[in-house]
Design a protein around this ligand. Structure first.
Ligand code: HEC
Length: 155
């Protein structure tokens, strides 16, 4: 009797789990659930690994600063204060460099698929627009972010 009840409960749970699937229209209820991807913290995009400079390269920091002032400063402060997007202070210790560069160069996909980016969208309620930066541009901005977080800049 106990066994039957257990089975019934299991079946009910199973039905319930399947019925919650209405939000993904391209997937019929018969197909198995998608295998969860492991989040390695590097984000999604072209950037798979980044070599960091120690000390930071001044020319790259300067280039990143110019890009920041032109294309990012309207929404991002260099403190921890949020304006439209989160402030950048402490960013380089919170996120992997690959994640940061992928967020900058592949923001649409990041907002659609990366759990960390999605959480930010929930907090900020605005979608960061694609700023059309090249990978090299985003690398310069990353260098500037490290400088903003107090890493030593070379001569
Ligand atoms: C129109 C406003 C806007 C502009 C301009 C903008 N961003 Fe954003 N950014 C956002 C918002 C909003 C978020 C949070 C994610 C979301 O809601 O889309 C964000 C998130 C980020 C994050 C992740 C921050 C974190 O705390 O992890 C990075 C990195 C970033 N932006 C880089 C840039 C760079 C680099 C530029 C300039 C080239 C830029 N953004 C320009 C609005 C903007």
């Amino acid at each position: 009797m106990k066994y039957t009840f257990g089975l019934l409960l299991f079946a009910l749970l199973f039905l319930y789990a399947c019925s919650g699937n209405t939000s993904s229209p391209d997937q019929d209820s018969e197909s198995p659930p998608p295998v969860a991807k492991v989040d390695d913290g590097k984000g999604i995009g072209e950037v798979k690994s980044v070599e960091l400079n120690e000390p930071l390269k001044p020319a790259l920091v300067d280039e990143g600063k110019s890009i920041y002032e032109l294309k990012c400063a309207a929404c991002h402060k260099l403190t921890d204060k949020r304006v439209v997007g989160p402030g950048w202070a402490g960013l380089t210790s919170k996120r992997k460099p690959e994640w940061i560069m992928n967020m900058i160069t592949n923001v649409e996909v990041m907002l659609a698929e990366d759990p960390t980016a999605q959480k930010l969208l929930e907090e900020c309620l605005t979608r960061m627009p694609n700023q059309n930066l090249t990978i090299d541009d985003s690398r310069a901005v990353l260098e500037f972010m490290y400088a903003n977080d107090g890493l030593e800049v070379g001569n």
